[in-house]
Design a protein around this ligand. Structure first.
Ligand SMILES: [Zn+2]
Length: 258
């Protein structure tokens, strides 16, 4: 089954019941500030009011579930996705079926920006790591706006640069840093993008994301739990001692904060 077919799409203007926060969206104001503040994506909220006002009618809010694919490796994209409460992973699929995460994106950015510049098949798939909402816009609409508003491409380029930087850092991280340090860095990155105390993650999911065997993740999680840095159950993982997790993370976490 193509999981993308299960996506629930809602024009923002008619959206009401499924997600409570949208019931409070106000009518357009002169400044556009109220509308932007009702959206959960920082990149969209940073747009100038006149740009946002032109973009807003083309945004569709979709509810995505954990492990759902937004798109698959080798797809040709025609949409850009701006996560709100959802967090998504860029995963590269290997020939033997294993997948390794090369980047993660939450409310700070967008995925699919490259579709504004070319129509080649994408090198990675994007899977939902944490369920929530995502705002989707057709690439052609966004491309039209980049021609009309020169400030828009600058903001999108900045997001693309952060994305490329994360991929570069991941390449180094996967090669040189211990699994425990990578685990802690990754957990902090998820935590930063989430508004929940309990991160809905399984050891299997973490192992797949880090490209390691599940028993390795289970051993590390158990050790971190014994040291009272995290707690976990079937419901997910909670960071109890954030400073302790930061001390055990590799330098990549701090690098990506700058
Ligand atoms: Zn690292």
């Amino acid at each position: 089954m193509d999981l993308r077919q299960t996506t629930n799409s809602h024009p923002i203007s008619s959206y009401s019941d499924q997600i409570g926060i949208l019931t409070s969206i106000s009518k357009p104001s002169v400044s556009g500030y109220i509308e932007r503040s009702s959206y959960g994506n920082d990149l969209l909220r940073s747009l100038p009011a006149n740009v946002f006002d032109r973009l807003e009618p083309h945004l569709r809010r979709i509810t995505v579930t954990r492990e759902q694919f937004l798109f698959h490796q080798d797809d040709v994209l025609d949409c850009v996705y701006f996560p709100e409460k959802a967090i998504v992973s860029d995963l590269h699929l290997l020939e033997d079926g294993r997948m390794v995460e090369v980047a993660m994106t939450g409310r700070e950015g967008a995925v699919g920006i490259a579709s504004l510049f070319y129509k080649d098949p994408v090198p990675n798939c994007v899977q939902v790591m944490q369920a929530g909402t995502v705002l989707r816009v057709e690439s052609k609409r966004l491309r039209e706006l980049t021609r009309a508003f020169p400030e828009l491409p600058k903001l999108l380029y900045a997001s693309l640069r952060r994305y490329i930087r994360q991929i570069s850092q991941k390449a180094v991280c996967n090669l040189y840093h211990s699994i425990e340090a990578r685990f802690c860095t990754w957990l902090l990155m998820v935590n930063d993008r989430s508004d929940r105390d309990v991160l809905r993650l399984t050891h299997e999911q973490i192992a797949r994301t880090l490209g390691v065997y599940r028993p390795s993740v289970t051993c590390i999680a158990l050790e971190l739990k014994k040291r009272e840095l995290i707690d976990y159950s079937r419901g997910g993982i909670t960071i109890i001692d954030r400073i302790g997790i930061e001390e055990n993370a590799c330098g990549c976490y701090a690098e990506l904060q700058n």
